[in-house]
Design a protein around this ligand. Sequence first.
Ligand code: NAP
Length: 226
Amino acid sequence: MILAGRNLTKVGQTQETIKDDSPAVPTRLLELDLGVQADVRKAADEVNGYEEEIDCLINNAGIMAAPFRLNPDGIESHFGTNHVGHFLFTNLIMKKLLAAKGGARVINVSSSGHRRERTRFQDYNFENGASYDKWKAYGQSKTANMLFSVALADRLGRSGLLSFSLYPGRIPTNIAQGVTREELKALGWVDEDGKPIANPALKWKTLATGPSTQIVAAFDPVIKGK
Ligand SMILES: NC(=O)c1ccc[n+]([C@@H]2O[C@H](COP(=O)([O-])OP(=O)(O)OC[C@H]3O[C@@H](n4cnc5c(N)ncnc54)[C@H](OP(=O)(O)O)[C@@H]3O)[C@@H](O)[C@H]2O)c1
């Protein structure tokens, strides 16, 4: 299990948890900042040097509703991190994925937020910020996650690659850290104290059940071939 992240201290804590829980599972740490293409290339080089096969890649990292910022490559930060970083990394390790003997899966974690915006192929930087909308920026990146999955299935499905995108459901993670409590209240997601509203229509998952959709997409044999 390769644990990738931009903050190795945090990823190391996850590694320790896995060691305690499942000591037989070998782990590696991989430093990967998806918002900087040079870092993505460095991480991909490292992975391509591993002796192990890679049979599953879960492109899960993301930011949501952040203020306008261009990354060092001149790309709006949601589009750069949520889509382009994953897109580049996946393609740079593609030979290794295609070499997996049992076939590999690529999972792109999208969101119902994709409904907020199409992918703005002609203007992914929102006129260099002039017409920026943080929710549309998240939306376009999440639409791109889905289009990437469809294109991968289309182009490499015949080579044995399985490609899925998914909406993980509503989970009380850190994803909304850039959104004020007032805004979250106005969206009907949290109460006065900032706690998730127990409205069955919102279908909140817990942190423990949060990754279940990713797990199904990554490992369930039932969806193989679909
Ligand atoms: N939570 C929900 O209700 C919900 C709903 C729909 C979709 N999603 C999707 O689920 C995925 C996971 O989000 P989450 O809810 O678990 O949010 P989260 O708690 O904020 O986790 C996001 C993760 O992405 C990492 N990340 C952000 N920028 C990065 C970068 N430049 N390079 C590498 N890693 C980076 C963060 O790393 P750091 O710890 O270093 O910041 C963090 O580990 C996202 O794709 C999100 O769009 C979540």
